[in-house]
Write a protein that binds this ligand. Structure first.
Ligand SMILES: [Zn+2]
Length: 1000
């Protein structure tokens, strides 16, 4: 029942509207006497309002039935105008209003997913008890000195704002008289026949609990906690202003603080963490809100200040203040839209999540910045001065400014102007960072750049070196501020505002994908499931009402996804699988928020329900889990919640951190083989043209095969449609020449076949299966040029249905490669990214298929190291499909944490590649034509010329470049080969010539 807290913690006075609270000394005395017909939910009362000066009383009629109005004993007729009765009184005159009203509980409407809005009735009279706030009596605008008298049946207890309560009992009736010697804007009354009252005392203050019998056992811990909070705030702010403090349990789900008491709903009282958070918050309101009033027409400062010194303060004590502040900034960025952004001075009370993010969240950041600016000592001195000066009076942001200015002796006009009077948050980034040695130290220079409005603040910067951290604060006042600092140690990393000391916009890396981020999105795409739509009508209806646009999986373009946030219904939705692979979401209902892979400013939500009952039970609750990336429910009860990690502060990496290896741990190759032998999948990375890498791959295969393992080899170098060529070759049905032709090796891979030849010859000789892992190259080429959207329906059938684009670190590595190779055919990074993932996912899927079809095999996968590092390319994508245990062995990899399980440095091994004719060849109409010669070409020396058509090598005729290359595979360097060629003269007639070439 956390929701009760999240939504309804609100104190009464902000609802008061724009009433002028200016206290001008002579305020009315208001005597109110009420009695009840509880079965009829009826209150009957008499209000006697005596003014001290000539005054026009404005009485809010509300839902009251006014029975009679009289002035000084004479009945008068006052027709209400727009619900207001206006009565003009001379000094000392008394207006008497007799009234009655019925307050029945409303039927709960249980709205789904909306934003804020309590829907909780302020007034209820029934068998459960009496809970009256707001317009339950003839309220007059402004402050009054109240005296309340209540008649109740015997056995009832009653609470109202009071320093002292007198109870008279006779004839089965109890009369409660409440005395409160300070002016109030509102009066409240709580009563019930089930209250058990516990009492205690601290110094001059009586502390009471009014709990229901079933919760009476909680009274001692509540009283202890109340004592602790009263001590804390008396130390920080000055003495508690009243003689009485009560904690009152309510049958309605409320969380209110009124002078001298707090009213907590039963569901709330039972939550163990209330003692750690909300109770302290409500007690602090005894100072901020109840002792010093809010002049709400001039901005409600009390919620931000109370949240800062209660909820936030308790987290700060635990060393987690930075997380709390970051949470406030996440809320701001998620909920506050340009349309509803207001300055703090316009905040009166929370009526939705946006106003809450401003009035509570931004405000607490402002008090935090103020504390950092003037220092902790001055901060609390200023608050004590402010509290003392405005006891039982309304106060404004300007009054706070005044108190802080006098205590600190500083002009704070600029501070309050930029943070309170104007809307928005600061936003900044930094330009290039330069580090150079200077006088035995390191000079760091960078530029802090503000976007949008220019703020003045102190920018906290942490410099991390190999030897520790140095922290600085730099004044920033202009759009671009140059910063220079001399550091003892060379900085590896620089972090701006890592403790969230500034009210600022978060950078992409700091902003995790959380529920809050899609709740307030206006432009949202809704992707219904392909089947099982009967589970989701409630959700579809809700999102459509919010203005969502329905798009179908399989039809929605990546381009559209890039421009929007989206909700995908059902975890088996093909679009969810196409973007994130398999969605791990347990529970009857779950909501998973992921970063939009095409746009980090947008999110994608995957909403899954097992049945419409599960959906209906959980859906209305999701808005209370705004700060989580994943939530799951079982029959409406939350069973799991977690947030995805995000960066702390704006992080700039300047230089890699060093990696240290203990060389005493160096292993031999047999050690390595022993270590990985039992893994289901062993990935061995390569740089394609490095012979030593292929030799190591061969040795690992030989070793495992030699141990009697049932091994298979998976190869990136062959594409799936050519599996048959591999099978035919391995089974002996075709020879090597036919294999290379049928597999189109030279068209599709093109590295010297002699690099891989020993591995394939071993496989053929030992009957080791080889799986072609890769996707047809034409498809990745097309995706690289124009994206997945460009594939035809036929081509789409060839790509894996599951693809996961959510690995941010991998994307960043790919982006770096992309930026460093401007010559790439893919001009668009999204397309490049898509092509890479398509490649990886296809290989992972091929591995998975093979191992599922051959369950007793283990596979050694040969692939470029780029597909293996950190497990990002193939390994994790295969594991997602099958969960098999794997090991990654890299050849010559950069030693870096988490990059692989093992790195082997195989050294260099002499490699005699396939001999060459040293010519460049082209194919024209089934003829192989010489295009040119490399420097010192053996063919040129033998007399061949540009334009010659090669007809045969050692008598074997050749009609394609591929055939030339295959023939050369069977020669050695230095072999003399007879080449016959056709040379045409200018007239077009040709002659056949014979050359003898010594291969290079
Ligand atoms: Zn509050």
């Amino acid at each position: 029942m956390v929701w009760g807290l999240l939504i309804f913690f609100l104190i009464f006075f902000p609802a008061a509207g724009q009433a002028s609270l200016r206290s001008e000394g002579k305020i009315p005395n208001y005597h109110l006497q009420v009695s009840f017909d509880i079965q009829g939910s009826r209150i009957t009362g008499m209000a006697a309002i005596q003014v001290q000066k000539e005054q026009e009383l404005k009485i809010q009629r509300g839902d009251l039935q006014i029975l009679e109005v009289s002035v000084s004993g004479n009945r008068i007729d006052v027709p209400p105008r727009r619900g207001v009765l206006t009565i003009r009184l001379a000094p000392g005159e008394t207006a008497e209003v007799r009234y009655t009203a019925t307050f029945k509980p409303l039927q709960g409407s249980g709205s789904i997913g909306g934003t804020g809005g309590s829907g909780i009735p302020s007034q209820v009279i029934d068998e459960r008890g009496i809970s009256l706030g707001g317009a339950w009596y003839p309220r007059v605008d402004g402050l009054c000195n109240y005296h309340l008298t209540v008649d109740l049946p015997e056995g009832y207890e009653a609470v109202s704002e009071a320093e002292k309560i007198e109870i008279g009992r006779k004839e089965g009736q109890a009369t409660f008289s409440f005395f409160f010697p300070h002016p109030l804007e509102n009066l409240t009354l709580i009563a019930g026949h089930r209250f058990r009252v516990s009492r205690d005392r601290q110094d001059e203050v009586e502390i009471l609990t009014y709990f229901f019998p079933e919760d009476e056992n909680l009274a001692p811990v509540y009283i202890q906690a109340a004592k602790r909070y009263l001590r804390l705030y008396e130390r920080l702010l000055g003495v508690y202003p009243y003689k009485r403090f009560s904690i009152v349990e309510n049958f309605l789900p409320t969380g209110y603080s009124m002078p001298t008491y707090t009213l907590l709903g039963q569901g709330v009282v039972r939550l163990p963490f209330i003692l750690e958070t909300a109770l302290g918050h409500e007690i602090l309101h005894q100072w901020f809100g109840n002792l010093v009033y809010v002049d709400s027409g001039k901005g409600n400062w009390a919620e931000g200040l109370t949240t800062y010194l209660a909820d936030h303060f308790y987290e700060e004590e635990k060393g987690k203040g930075f997380e709390y502040r970051k949470g406030a900034l996440i809320d701001y960025q998620s909920y506050v839209t340009q349309k509803d952004e207001i300055p703090l001075k316009h905040f009166r009370g929370r009526n939705n999540r946006s106003s809450q993010a401003i009035g509570y969240g931004k405000a607490l950041m402002v008090f935090h910045m103020l504390k950092n600016l003037v220092g902790e000592k001055t901060f609390f001195e200023s608050l004590r001065l402010f509290t003392a000066e405005h006891r039982f009076q309304p106060a404004t942001w300007r009054d706070l400014q005044g108190a802080f200015e006098r205590t600190s002796g500083r002009d704070l006009e600029w501070f309050f102007r930029q943070w309170v009077n104007e809307k928005g948050l600061a936003e900044f980034d930094l330009g290039e960072v330069k580090v150079r040695p200077l006088d035995g130290k390191f000079e760091v220079e960078f530029e802090a750049r503000q976007k949008g409005r220019v703020y003045s603040f102190e920018l906290p910067v942490s410099f991390y070196s190999n030897l520790g951290r140095a922290r600085y604060r730099f004044p920033v006042e202009k759009e671009n501020t140059k910063v220079r600092v001399l550091l003892e140690h060379y900085p590896r990393r620089l972090v701006l505002d890592e403790d969230y000391d500034l009210a600022r916009t978060l950078s992409d890396g700091e902003f995790p994908p959380v529920v809050a981020r899609f709740l307030n999105e206006e432009k949202i795409l809704l992707i219904p499931p392909l089947s099982g739509e009967e589970v989701y009508p409630k959700a579809i209806d809700h999102f459509q009402k919010m203005g969502a646009r329905i798009e179908r999986a399989g039809q929605v373009k990546d381009e559209e996804l890039k421009a929007n946030s989206a909700v995908i219904l059902d975890k088996k939705n093909p679009l969810a699988e196409r973007l994130y692979g398999r969605i791990e979401a347990e529970g009857g209902f779950s909501l998973t928020i992921k970063e939009n892979p095409w746009n980090p400013k947008k999110v994608i939500a995957i909403l899954h329900a097992e049945s419409s009952e599960e959906l209906i039970a959980a859906f209305p609750k999701i808005r209370h889990y705004g700060k989580y990336s994943f939530v799951s429910f079982h029959q409406g009860e939350n069973v799991e919640k977690r947030a995805e990690p995000a960066a702390r502060g704006i992080v700039k990496e300047l230089a890699k951190e060093p990696t240290v290896l203990d060389v005493s741990l160096i292993k031999s190759l047999p050690d390595v083989i022993r270590q990985v032998a039992d893994k289901k999948i062993i990935y061995v990375g390569e740089t394609h043209d490095r012979y030593s890498h292929h030799l190591l791959q061969l040795e690992i295969i030989q070793a495992l095969h030699g141990m009697g393992r049932k091994v298979a080899i998976g190869m990136e170098m062959f594409q799936r449609p050519f599996q048959k060529a591999l099978d035919d070759y391995l089974s002996g049905r075709i020879d090597e020449r036919a294999f290379l032709k049928n597999s189109e090796y030279f068209k599709r891979w093109n590295f010297d076949y002699n690099l891989y030849r020993p591995i394939l010859q071993l496989a053929r000789g030992e009957k080791i299966p080889v799986a072609a892992l890769n996707i047809r190259r034409e498809i990745t080429d097309k995706v690289g040029k124009a994206g997945l959207d460009s594939l035809s329906e036929e081509e789409k059938k060839l790509i894996p249905s599951q693809m996961d684009f959510s690995d941010r670190a991998y994307r960043e590595r790919l982006e770096k490669i992309f930026r460093e190779h401007p010559s790439f055919e893919a001009k668009n990074f999204d397309f490049f990214h898509q092509a890479q993932i398509l490649w990886d996912e296809t290989m992972a899927e091929s591995i998975d298929r093979f191992l599922k079809e051959n369950p007793d095999s283990q596979m050694i996968v040969l692939a470029g190291s780029g597909h293996l590092v950190h497990g990002s390319g193939i390994p994790q994508r295969s594991a997602r499909r099958n969960g098999f245990d794997y090991a990654i062995i890299l050849n010559d990899g950069e030693p870096e944490k988490g990059i692989a399980h093992l790195i082997v440095y195989p050294g260099t091994v002499p490699f005699e590649g396939t001999p060459r004719l040293m010519v460049s060849l082209a194919e024209e109409k089934g003829q192989v034509v010489i295009q040119g010669f490399s420097h010192g070409s053996v063919s040129e020396k033998a007399g061949m010329q540009k334009g010659d058509i090669i007809l045969s090598l050692d008598g074997t005729s050749v009609e394609s470049v591929e055939e030339v290359r295959i023939e050369l595979l069977f020669k050695k360097k230095g072999d003399r080969v007879k080449v016959s060629a056709l040379r045409k003269d200018s007239s077009g007639t040709g002659q056949t010539l014979e050359f003898e070439i010594s291969l290079h």
